[in-house]
Design a protein around this ligand. Sequence first.
Ligand code: 3YE
Length: 204
Amino acid sequence: KHDGEILVCRAGTNLQALIEQTKKPSSSAEIVVVISNRPGVLGLKRASMAGIQTRVVDHKLYGSRAEFDSTIDHVLAEFGVEVVCLAGFMRILTGSFVRKWNGKLLNIHPSLLPSFKGVNAQKQALLAGARVSGCTVHFVAEEVDAGAIIVQEPVPVLMNDTEESLSARILEAEHQAFPAALELVASGVVRLGEDGRIMWNQSA
Ligand code: 3YE
């Protein structure tokens, strides 16, 4: 196993899916630390239960985004992290952090990008009358939800769907897509090219 890897999480079900994936002997990734910007969240408990180190970097304690991001960057360096997964992390990261972690920073978004960027993606899909939605794992670029797409998983939008029922169906898809995307990146099968597009290396 080569890649150290960290997560920033909220309710933590995507984190749980990543923990279960990386416990498999066939996994190319190992989770070395879980960082949350919110104290007391369930994701931190899930990490501890799995024997993974945790850190809280509470954004409310920092005077600027730059100070918050550089504190996270220090924790990542402390643990020798190589790949970062944003799993329910809801903060916009600074350009300088994003550039430093270019090609090493993954986010999951609850729509088929480039449709329905930003918050309430599931509600946006319902209001637009979309018949298909899903989730996207992408490399993080400075522009939110605009980075190169690694994996997408579609789900149907059903006739009587509410925001809750559609969100639950998309969340199930997220639990497949995020571990799959992490494996592609940690194994070196997929990387971000200099031109900002995905490069496939089938011999990796
Ligand atoms: N930062 C950059 N590019 C990206 N962060 C995330 C993805 C991503 C990124 O592609 N540069 C909405 C955040 C959207 C928002 O306005 N958040 C607030 C805080 C709200 C809160 O704490 O609940 C803020 O001021 O940042 C991760 C997903 C970001 C989702």
